[in-house]
Design a protein. Structure first.
Length: 222
């Protein structure tokens, strides 16, 4: 097991590795960085210089934080993670870590985790995306919740966009949460529906708690 710095900055989650910050992004299938390799918990990985038009430089510009690159599902799926955002550290292991709490089962599509969230009793399959500062709900029920203002966000291949948000009450495996939810622009929403999902659960679920992400066991523990 290795303990690494964990930073929550400007709405995004970063893991410290090799003296640099890496965006922790369960919603991205592939990692990339300014350097050709990254070492996490003693494991060395080769990474591409970019993905879907993003590079470490352009990613840093989008998120407003200088970072060495992005850690996606190809790297993250090799480990167990205990994520203590308030404490500013992550325990990472190729072995089996344990954490008491409520276990939320995960499904996946192309390595991207999916959770089942209940909104007013109705189940919704949602991507679990720690690279997303907001959550997204491609359902008109979103507008029946209290408005939470207009927010600027970005999405790879789309760039910056603005969305109206609402504070949506969500039940995630029995854990009650209020998540700020927007709506994805253009063709992104229909693309989610084609994957059998209704939205995205962002990193808000991790921001104020200790949680665990066990991709090999397909479990999120809150």
């Amino acid at each position: 097991m290795t303990t690494l710095p964990l930073h929550f900055r400007d709405g995004h989650l970063f893991l410290g590795a090799g003296g640099a910050l890496w965006l922790l992004d369960t919603g991205a299938p592939a990692s990339f960085g300014a350097e050709p390799t990254v070492t996490i918990a003693g494991e060395r990985f080769e990474v591409a210089g970019g993905h879907r038009g993003l590079t470490a430089s352009s990613l840093s510009s989008f998120v407003g934080v200088e970072c060495a690159g992005l850690l996606g599902a190809d790297v993250l799926s090799r480990f167990d993670f205990l994520l203590d955002v308030p404490g500013g550290e992550a325990e990472v292991s190729t072995g089996r870590l344990e954490h008491g709490g409520t276990t939320v089962p995960l499904d996946e599509v192309m390595g991207i985790p999916i959770v089942s969230a209940r909104i007013r009793g109705v189940p919704h399959r949602m991507f679990f995306d720690t690279g997303a500062q907001l959550s997204y709900l491609q359902d008109d029920s979103r507008t029946t919740f209290p408005p939470a203002g207009r927010v600027t966000d970005f999405y790879p291949g789309v760039g910056h966009f603005e969305t109206e948000t609402h504070d949506v009450d969500v039940d995630l495996g029995g854990v009650a949460l209020t998540l700020r939810c927007g709506v994805l622009p253009g063709s992104l929403g229909p693309a989610l529906m084609m994957a059998g999902t209704h939205g995205i659960i962002g990193n808000q679920v991790l921001a104020n708690r200790k949680a665990s992400y066990f991709p090999r066991r397909r479990a999120l523990v809150l």
